[in-house]
Design a binder for this molecule. Structure first.
Ligand code: SF4
Ligand code: SF4
Length: 430
């Protein structure tokens, strides 16, 4: 059995996983906020059902492990339930604990990837470049049937769902950058903008430099979210400790990231260090997480500095990344920036706050359910005749790009950073 956290941070303070799950009064108030319950009508795929399953597991009363795994693995970890819940029951953390208890040994490939991220990030970057090169010349598509036959369907789906294959990472793009002696912020490179969407990372740095003054490239290790959600907690903790040490050694400035999933995870680092022997790390994690900001928070704060309506002309809408909206509460901030730069072209779509079905590896593992949610999202964008959909996390960028290509090719998706940077560039003529 994989290691569990055992204790969680809740609105009522630190609790055991069992006590956290028991905070659920089964009122059902959150049910209509849960995308998987709304899509399936299945109580076991609701927040209340999932809390109950984990409770039964902890009481040793769970008979059907396969059904429990199906219920827990189909959770999008979007956090919409907790946002709707009066008691703020931490359903995502409870579900992740349940998955760890059921999973047994972590898949060897996930384990390998996490270890490479911990010990040899340079090797990880080279392996990705080789993969992207094969994709560029069409070889990865030919390898998909072999990957499926080898029991690695997730890798085949990942390849199918993404059309990006940059041969230069953000590290390469930023190699010649001269950081100032007193930076106004430190840019945290999450793996998405770093390897898959370096154009997003470059846009974020451009926009933040213009809005806050020149910042520095942190050159950080991976945040550990992959290990936390799919691999081993020991790897996640090791990466968290490396990040904390790395950031402490660089200064005390704000740490700004532009993948909302990773940023939300960085803000949750203290939960990794609740054991008594980890008390010194908990204090350091708390200090670290207080420094962490999502780039979209800053765009909202600096909306007055953005040129008004310069990006007008294309109907522009905004899709909330679940990890920006629910754990971080970032709803108004990104809209303030998008509305200022888009002017009259900004239009709100119905269900902007509903999960698009990306959710990390969810889109690759539960393709049918993910596609149902995606169709709904793309339909909402089409209903307001959007030509541009803005968002803030890597998983949403991948999923929306795929959905728009497939169901509504009149529109494209951009990270809010790209939109803000474009508006600033037009204004500065740079
Ligand atoms: S998670 Fe909260 S809102 Fe949902 S059933 Fe439990 S107590 Fe009610
Ligand atoms: S995290 Fe999202 S999918 Fe999971 S139970 Fe909560 S609302 Fe439903």
């Amino acid at each position: 059995m994989a290691e569990s956290l055992e204790r969680l941070l809740t609105d009522l303070g630190e609790r055991s996983t069992y006590d956290a799950a028991s905070q659920c009064s089964r009122c059902g108030y959150c049910e209509q906020a849960c995308p998987t319950y709304v899509a399936t009508g299945d109580e076991s795929k609701s927040p209340r059902g999932r809390n109950q399953i984990v409770r039964l597991m902890l009481e040793g009363k769970l008979d059907d492990k396969a059904a429990a795994m199906e219920a827990l693995s189909t959770c999008l970890t979007c956090g919409a339930c907790t946002a709707a819940c009066y008691a703020k029951v931490p359903v995502v953390d409870i579900v992740l604990e349940g998955r760890r208890m059921l999973r047994g040994e972590t898949h060897w490939l996930v384990k390998k990837v996490c270890r490479i991220m911990v010990t040899s990030p340079g090797v990880f970057a080279v392996l990705l470049k080789i993969g992207f090169f094969f994709k560029k010349i069409g070889l990865s598509a030919l390898a998909r049937p072999a990957l499926r036959a080898a029991g690695l369907p997730v890798l085949a789906s990942m390849d199918e769902h993404t059309d990006e294959s940059p041969l230069r990472s953000l590290d390469d793009v930023m190699a010649s950058r001269q950081d100032p002696d007193s930076p106004s912020y430190r840019y945290f490179a999450a793996c998405g903008p770093r390897y898959l969407y370096p154009r997003v990372g470059a846009a974020t740095i451009y926009a933040l430099d213009k809005l806050k003054g020149p910042g520095a490239y942190l050159g950080n290790p991976c945040c550990g979210l992959l290990a936390h959600n799919y691999g081993d907690l020991s790897d996640a903790r090791e990466l968290a400790r490396k990040n904390i040490e790395h950031a402490e050694s660089r200064g005390t400035e704000a740490i700004v990231g532009d993948c909302s999933s990773c940023v939300a995870f960085l803000k949750s680092y203290p939960q990794l260090f609740l054991k008594a022997e980890d008390a010194p790390w908990r204090a350091r994690a708390e200090a670290f997480s207080k420094r962490v900001r999502d780039a979209i928070e800053i765009y909202g704060e600096c909306a007055d500095q953005l040129p008004a309506g310069v990006a007008a002309g294309v109907e522009t809408t905004y899709h909330d990344s679940c990890r920006a909206l629910n754990p971080q509460g970032l709803k108004e901030q990104p809209r303030r920036a998008a509305k200022k730069a888009a002017g009259a072209s900004f239009c709100e779509m119905a269900g902007a706050d509903a999960c698009c079905g990306g959710a990390g590896a969810f889109g690759f593992v539960h393709e049918d359910l993910s596609d149902d949610l995606l169709k709904k999202k793309v339909g909402s964008a089409a209903a307001v005749q959007a030509g541009l959909v803005l968002t803030s996390s890597t998983s949403c960028l991948i999923q929306l790009a795929r959905g728009l290509r497939k169901y509504y090719p009149d529109a494209k998706v951009l990270h809010l950073s790209e939109f803000v940077a474009g508006a600033l560039q037009k204004n500065h003529g740079a």
